[in-house]
Design a protein around this ligand. Structure first.
Ligand code: ZN
Length: 162
């Protein structure tokens, strides 16, 4: 019965595709936009019974819902979240612009670095703290670089003594 088999297979893939789409997380460009324009709305979502935690505990940076405050707080301490914060330090748009500029003869390909802070808690939010996306000034970047150079020097010295 080739037809019956084919129909069964077809239904199976459709189900899989639907799951795939449902599980698709936002890409960094969209999250970047959320941070700049949609943070108030996303941090104050209406109760949605279909979402984990009724959409009341959302990580803006990772675009994920958590079941309660505790789970969200725990998530903030995970590698996944910290890695995401690092990734968001690079502005996707200035990076693109920088590359475009490079194609037109500019040699500066470094993307603008941003200060990334984990979103405010509900308490902080009600005290007026908001998500902001600030750039590091060149001076701050230089002192950051100096600091990391110094710390790598220390470990080198320590290794030499061992
Ligand atoms: Zn996160």
């Amino acid at each position: 019965m080739p037809y019956a088999r084919a129909r069964h297979h077809d239904g199976h893939t459709r189900l899989r595709r639907r799951n795939r789409l449902r599980n698709k997380t936002k890409d960094l460009d969209q999250i970047d936009k959320d941070l700049k324009e949609g943070s108030d709305q996303l941090l104050n979502q209406e109760v949605d019974l279909d979402k984990p935690g009724f959409a009341q505990h959302y990580c803006l940076h990772c675009a994920k819902y958590y079941i309660n405050q505790r789970a969200l707080d725990d998530h903030f301490k995970t590698k996944v979240h910290k890695r995401r914060m690092k990734a968001l330090e690079n502005d996707p748009y200035t990076h693109e612009e920088a590359e475009k500029a490079a194609g037109h003869g500019s040699f500066d390909k470094t993307p603008a670095k941003r200060k990334m802070e984990t979103q405010p808690s509900k308490d902080e939010y009600s005290c007026g703290k908001r998500v902001k996306v600030d750039y590091f000034t060149q001076e701050e970047l230089n002192s950051k670089k100096r600091k990391s150079l110094n710390s790598s020097k220390v470990t080198e010295e320590q290794e030499m003594h061992e």
